[in-house]
Design a binder for this molecule. Structure first.
Ligand SMILES: [Zn+2]
Length: 387
């Protein structure tokens, strides 16, 4: 854990460099809204980071009246020369004053990086050096033309994932299994499948749940399954078996270690390794209140049951841990560790197509039976829904 605003400014500098801006060019604040990144120039003429209020408001999607931001029906009023600002009837203080540069009002960046995520945590959060707007969270009714299922093959590209005893790369196993699951699910008339990747590429963890929208499908997906391969820190190891995770605060040290290892894929994205995982804790309450956790746990237990019946390997049960890949999912979402690459025998199994087909069969069966039960719950709670 580091001091948030100091770290934030450091990351902004790093991002400016990552965007290809040479030295001497201005720092930028990156704001992600509706899946699109916008940048606001950062000034330091008074010795602290500040940004032009009008540009900041524009990037955040707020109105700007010349003196106040219109934030979701509330006015945020700044005053040049004062560290105080007013929201509704309440007055807040910033570490530094707002000021005029010509006729343009500049506000300290701490307003956007500290005050906003703290006061509006359901809407804004600060993650990976960017201020990100959270999408509205809802477990909606299924679309009338069927279910949309996202299958995520873990890792890819320059991120190989874990490496097995004989050198098997996790990213190859996850892709093979994901493809096999997709082809089985596509045989179902009312299920549409999107693969987050269908070749050896790297997709940013936070983008994975959004892939379906990115590809231009209508409406949010109904289900998100991320496929991974497991490993013990020391190999070879006798530990083997399947583990299914849903997103929540890790309950056991083992679950925490698995999440840490999978989250380390962040290191392959831009300049991410500096970011700690605290923001994840920060947004869990959002997901919990939306019923996603409950549905994700049910989905995980259906998968666990089905895999346990279909595979010769033990299932180590349903577990909870804080996975970044699941954090942005606005639908029931789980991560399945299909076996241990650090176990000689299991590695050999995981490399074989017949065994990959067995795993895929079990996962597809679990999805079909979960959607049947889930659909009924939605029907009874919404009174409308899919066929
Ligand atoms: Zn993995």
């Amino acid at each position: 854990m580091r001091a948030r605003s100091g770290n934030a400014l450091l990351v902004i500098g790093v991002l400016a460099a990552a965007l290809g801006l040479g030295p001497g060019l201005a720092e930028q604040l990156v704001i992600v809204r509706g899946g699109q990144a916008r940048t606001v120039p950062v000034e330091r003429e008074r010795g602290y980071a500040a940004a032009q209020a009008a540009l900041l408001a524009g990037a955040l999607g707020f109105g700007w009246t010349g003196r106040a931001m219109e934030m979701d029906g509330e006015s945020v009023v700044f005053e040049a020369g004062s560290p105080f600002f007013a929201v509704g009837g309440r007055v807040f203080q910033l570490p530094n004053p707002a000021y005029l540069d010509g006729s343009a009002l500049r506000v300290p960046l701490s307003w956007a990086l500290d005050w906003l995520p703290e006061q509006r945590p359901r809407r804004w959060r600060y993650l990976d050096g960017r201020l990100v707007e959270r999408p509205p969270i809802a477990v909606g009714p299924p679309r009338r033309d069927g279910w949309l299922v996202v299958i995520d093959a873990g890792h890819g590209g320059r991120d190989p994932g874990t490496i097995g005893v004989r050198g098997t790369r996790e990213k190859d196993i996850t892709l093979a299994v994901a493809r096999a699951v997709a082809s089985r699910l596509e045989r179902q008339r009312d299920i549409e499948v999107v693969l987050t990747r269908d070749r050896d590429t790297l997709i940013a963890l936070a983008d994975r749940p959004r892939i379906a929208q990115i590809r231009g499908k209508e409406g949010p997906p109904d289900l998100f399954i991320s496929i991974h391969g497991n490993a013990m820190p020391k190999k070879p190891s006798s530990t083997r078996g399947v583990e299914t995770y849903f997103l929540a605060v890790a309950k056991s040290e083992h679950a925490r270690q698995v999440a840490l290892r999978e989250n380390s894929a962040l290191e392959f994205e831009t300049d991410g390794p500096e970011e700690d995982l605290e923001p994840l804790q920060f947004i869990l309450s959002d997901l919990q209140s939306a019923g996603n956790i409950r549905e994700s746990r049910l989905l995980a237990s259906v998968i666990d049951r089905t895999m346990s019946a279909a595979l010769p390997t033990p299932t180590l049960g349903v577990r909870q841990a804080g996975f970044v890949v699941l954090a942005d999912a606005t639908m029931p979402a789980v991560l399945v560790e299909v076996g241990y690459l650090s176990n000689r025998d299991e590695e050999a199994l995981l490399r074989s197509s017949p065994y990959q087909a067995k795993i895929a069969e079990a996962l597809a069966d679990a999805v079909v039976s979960y959607l049947g039960e889930y659909g009924q719950r939605l029907w009874s709670s919404n009174g409308a829904g899919g066929r």
